[in-house]
Design a binder for this molecule. Structure first.
Ligand SMILES: NC(=O)C1=CN([C@@H]2O[C@H](COP(=O)(O)OP(=O)(O)OC[C@H]3O[C@@H](n4cnc5c(N)ncnc54)[C@H](O)[C@@H]3O)[C@@H](O)[C@H]2O)[C@@H](O)CC1
Ligand SMILES: [K+]
Length: 519
């Protein structure tokens, strides 16, 4: 069955290359004749091509590589040719060692009279192209040969001519497990048809950009397959994570501000007060009962004149002593938003005592820079103190002692490494935010868009997370992190034009609350 994804009402399991291959092996065993799975893949590709191709008499250009991804393309070419469409196949890097299914697909295409050459250039008047060069079999350590690289270039040149590129299984050059691209060489597709299963790399790092509109055809495999042979490598978060939570957690009629929990935002050093204000506004809009702000540095300004609901909290109350009776320990602490250097002085107290801590921005940078703070962060879980870290790639790199490029090259592994190293829940922000936790299956957020790439958007996420957590003392912080990410992204999708301001994002997130119950 063919499914169009994003936005998606339900969450989806994601399978990396090794898991996809085991699904493929199980499906092949169930599918009977060896090549029938490739026939289904080619048929799915041909059907989607017919649905997407603009009217016209120009040829459909099908660019095939040497493996089974190319085999899928050859089956699609044969079926489209038989349907009466003008097709032109370019077969590149072909070798006598082609897999049996792909060799059979080539023989059948030749026999059917499909025009096949090895040109890397698009035929004249092309109206749509299929990228069947590389799929799951991409070797990330090997640069595409010059012929293949030239074909990537020709396919990408079609973007300017408004002729759609439909990538089969994956845009060629995109790594299925990480969403990264070696040496900047990859195909930019307008549509990508995932075969059998969705892969993590389609939804994070460069995946979303390169895939364009994502489609899935399970090749009838869910009907054939008694059970998935391997657990999923990650989960793609859909709207169900938001709707389920809202159904289960709408405030009761008898709710009062005390029952909705407290948040304390610690940050907003001079020149960066806005970061703490945004986090505080978000915590309030998420539904926290009371929100306090502890502005760092000189205490000159009001907390937030536009939001009189917010309360000031004096930093002298945050101490490493008298922990047993300290009122601030009952609150969810959102620390670090615009914290500057000043946050460093409070981190030992926060890390050793805050029961529920969201650590963001300068809070993360201070921990990365100080061995003693790192040690305190690592000890929190053993002391039953819960922590959610919300780094962007550079902050994650500082914590891991690596580089932002290395984090981006494998975002899933980087998020998991952080979660394991510090025994925390982690949101690694960016296109396809990753949510990781110790002994948790990784999650990738599917909501959101480039409108989130704006100053203060991370402060809003951290504050919102704090606001949700305040209401749900016992909630699993991993689930809360997934929920907050999805909510944050879903609100951004309502931005249809122009840049979004983070303060507006808070209001958009607020608008996604369910109507208040009447009982
Ligand atoms: N076996 C089957 O029946 C099915 C296979 N499927 C398709 O098969 C694909 C996987 O097929 P393969 O495992 O043959 O792999 P691919 O066809 O993705 O790629 C393997 C070929 O590409 C070459 N190659 C790898 N990295 C390269 C690089 N960096 N530069 C240049 N050449 C490179 C390899 O030498 C090999 O010839 C899936 O993505 C999917 O499209 C689907 O049709 C489902 C059914
Ligand atoms: K491809």
């Amino acid at each position: 069955m063919l499914i169009k994804l994003l936005p998606t009402p339900k969450s989806w399991p994601l399978y990396g290359a090794a898991s996809s291959r085991s699904i493929e092996a199980a499906a092949l065993a169930a599918a009977g004749p060896a090549s029938s799975l490739m026939e289904r893949a080619g048929l799915a590709a041909a059907r989607l091509t017919l649905a997407l191709a603009p009217a016209g008499s120009g040829p459909i250009w099908i660019v095939c590589g040497p493996g089974n991804n190319g085999g899928d393309g050859l089956v699609a070419a044969r079926l489209l040719h038989r349907h009466g469409l003008k097709v032109q196949v370019s077969l590149l890097a072909a070798s006598s060692a082609a897999p049996a299914d792909a060799a059979a697909a080539l023989a059948a295409a030749r026999q059917a009279g499909v025009p096949i050459n090895n040109s890397v250039l698009a035929p004249a008047g092309v109206r749509m192209a299929l990228d069947a060069l590389l799929g799951l079999g991409l070797n990330p350590d090997r640069a595409p040969n010059p012929e293949m690289a030239a074909a990537f270039k020709s396919l990408n040149a079609l973007n300017a001519l408004r002729a759609s590129v439909l990538a089969l299984d994956l845009p060629s050059g995109l790594q299925s497990d990480s969403g990264s691209v070696q040496g900047g060489l990859a195909v930019q597709a307008q549509h990508t048809l995932a075969l059998l299963a969705l892969k993590p790399g389609m939804f994070t790092a460069q995946g979303r950009t390169l895939c364009g509109q994502i489609w899935l055809d399970d090749l009838n495999n869910s009907a054939d397959r008694p059970a998935t042979p391997r657990p999923a490598d990650a989960l793609l978060l859909g709207a169900d994570c938001l709707t389920n939570w809202q159904v289960q957690n709408s405030p009761r009629h008898g709710a009062h501000k005390g029952s909705q929990g407290d948040v304390l935002v610690v940050g907003g050093a001079a020149g960066m007060r806005g970061a703490a204000r945004l986090a505080a506004r978000a915590a309030l809009a998420a539904g926290a009962g009371r929100v306090y702000v502890c502005m760092l540095g000189t205490q000159a300004d009001d907390v937030d004149p536009q939001r009189p609901e917010l309360m000031r909290f004096d930093s002298t109350h945050i101490t490493a002593t008298d922990a047993a009776n300290a009122d601030w320990l009952q609150k969810v602490i959102v620390g670090g938003c615009g914290g500057g250097q000043e946050i460093g002085a409070f981190l030992a107290a926060l890390l050793t005592q805050a029961r529920r801590l969201v650590l963001d921005a300068d809070g993360l940078n201070a921990v990365a820079a100080q061995v003693s703070l790192r040690a305190l962060l690592k000890k929190r879980q053993a002391s039953c103190l819960a922590t959610i870290l919300t780094p962007h790639p550079l902050e994650a790199a500082r914590l891991l002692g690596s580089s932002a490029a290395a984090v981006q090259a494998d975002r899933l592994s980087a998020a998991q490494a952080l979660a394991d190293e510090f025994s925390c829940q982690v949101i690694l922000k960016g296109s396809g935010s990753i949510i990781a936790g110790p002994q948790q299956r990784l999650a990738i957020n599917s909501s959101g868009n480039a409108a989130l790439a704006t100053a203060g958007s991370g402060d809003v996420l951290a504050g919102w997370l704090g606001g949700l957590w305040a209401q749900q003392n016992d909630a699993d912080p991993f689930d809360l992190a997934c929920l907050a990410c999805y909510w944050h992204g879903a609100a951004a999708e309502a931005q249809t034009a122009g840049p979004m301001r983070a303060a507006d994002l808070v209001e958009r997130m607020h608008a996604l609350h369910r109507p208040a119950p009447t009982i």
